[in-house]
Design a protein. Structure first.
Length: 192
């Protein structure tokens, strides 16, 4: 998708037209409350940090301008929309699985092509390793946790943990409408 319009003068009709198209695109992924539809504002002052109603975002984009390097609209499920567009005949479940498979390579490509990306995002995108060092314990907020094998040698047990994870889930294989599901996990720490 061509985003070169971001650098065109704000007083041009082309810029105004593209702002309207952006606002339409952004409203697919919205935060709604009793005040109506609200989206993240990508103007040069808000930097995607404020969630405003659509008319306020329009005003900011027309008056202040669009963030110059924000050409990948990560706050608006851009990859998911792209996968849907490229695979229109596939089910929602297939699209979601494909999105999850391709996310890491897409994320790395987007961050590496964005000179304004933070050092932390660049580090995450570039240095993800699947080989890790293993430990037998760790400390969180002053509490020590051990692996089950180390805990078995101790009189005080600290190897049990709970974790609540959220993911898109389907109720059956034929289900076409995924929902966000929350699943608690409770178990021993086997490996750190």
């Amino acid at each position: 998708m061509d985003r070169s319009w971001i650098n065109t003068p704000r007083i041009s009709d082309a810029y105004e037209k593209e702002v309207e198209e952006f606002l339409q695109f952004a409203q697919h992924n919205v935060v709604s409350n009793h005040n109506g539809v609200r989206i993240r504002c990508p103007c040069v002052n808000c930097l995607n940090g404020r969630i405003l109603n659509v008319s306020e975002v329009r005003e900011h984009l027309l008056c202040d301008g669009f963030l110059k390097n924000y050409t990948t609209w990560t706050w608006y499920d851009e990859l998911l929309d792209f996968v849907k567009y490229k695979n229109r005949r596939q089910s929602k479940k297939w699209v979601l699985i494909e999105h999850n498979k391709t996310f890491m390579s897409w994320f790395k490509q987007q961050i590496m092509n964005d000179p304004s990306a933070s050092e932390t995002l660049t580090w995450i995108a570039n240095d993800l390793k699947f080989d890790v060092l293993c430990c037998s314990g760790y400390e969180v907020n002053g509490c020590l946790f051990y692996t089950k094998s180390r805990d078995d040698r101790s009189t005080m047990q600290n190897s049990r943990v709970t974790l609540e994870a959220e993911s898109m889930q389907f109720s059956t294989a034929k289900d076409q409408n995924p929902v966000v599901g929350s699943m608690p996990y409770y178990d021993f720490i086997v490996e750190i």
